[in-house]
Design a protein. Sequence first.
Length: 126
Amino acid sequence: MGKQVIFSKDAPAAIGTYSQAIRVAGTVYVSGQIPLDPATGQLVAGDIRAQIHQVFRNLAAVAQAAGLGLDSAAKVNIFLTDLAHFPTVNEIMAEYFPQPFPARAAIGVAALPRGAAVEADAILCG
């Protein structure tokens, strides 16, 4: 079974040895997205809400490049440097992911790339 690389210019370019996403059969594995503005390559300005919105916009852009939407998400992992932001993630996530919501894990971490406060990855089916 072959792999297909998925790339979107509307999401940040990979900053390491990985692809934005890979499709294998009918499943798309989206790499972790941090709140980088794809136009500047810099973290978005603003508070945690701005960072969370940018993460989900980046995930949506990669999903769109795969011909899918976030409604195709079967599993999402959220990484937070402060789990006190989890209620805000829940609130904003509902704006991007329709019901039935995907399976999800929320993990507290010590640090994320580029000093981000939040990161998310996804597995899409379709």
